[in-house]
Write a protein that binds this ligand. Structure first.
Ligand code: FES
Ligand code: FES
Length: 165
């Protein structure tokens, strides 16, 4: 039996044939579409390395069946920058050394992006740490990550205010 799913991925609508209905969004992105930014850390929802944004919310793509998200809007780390211009969340991770080996970084950045979009980041480091607790970092770059999320939130907040004014 043939299956397919239609997704808008980083602004581009694509219909993808699936030979198995159990294909996860993570495997679809990495193995079929060559979008390898989202990482396969644990493949069981425990590390956050595979975090992407689906319909405006951050999810662990290793736990999401591609076929269940037919029609969804998907944003991956590859779609975050505007051409050569990095997104403020990416810039903040660089500025605050929010990474060491970089394996967890795409997931951390997408999670931070989602958190800020959800309006849950605030300016309380404890709250940011709690909200980012689903994203593990084997290198222990947590301090820089928290600082980066706080700064990115501030930057995006200021940009939004400017747009509204
Ligand atoms: S690979 Fe998805 S949560 Fe670890
Ligand atoms: S930077 Fe190495 S796992 Fe996070």
């Amino acid at each position: 039996m043939a299956f397919s799913t239609t997704l808008t991925i980083n602004g581009v609508k694509r219909t993808i044939a699936l030979d198995d209905p159990r294909v996860t969004l993570l495997d679809l992105l990495r193995e079929r579409l060559n979008l390898t930014g989202a990482k396969k850390g644990c493949d069981r929802g425990q590390c956050g390395a595979c975090t992407i944004i689906v319909d405006g919310r951050r999810i662990n793509s290793c736990l999401a069946l591609a076929i269940s998200h037919d029609g969804a809007d998907v944003l991956t780390i590859e779609g975050l920058a505007q051409g050569d211009r990095l997104h403020p969340v990416q810039e903040a991770f660089i500025a605050h050394d929010g990474l060491q080996c970089g394996f967890c970084t795409p997931g951390q950045i997408m999670s931070a992006f989602g958190l800020i979009q959800e309006g849950q980041a605030g300016d309380d480091p404890e709250r940011v740490r709690e909200a980012m607790s689903g994203n593990l970092c084997r290198c222990g770059a947590y301090r820089g990550i928290t600082e980066a999320v706080l700064e990115a939130h501030k930057t995006l907040d200021a940009l939004n205010r400017k747009e509204v004014a």
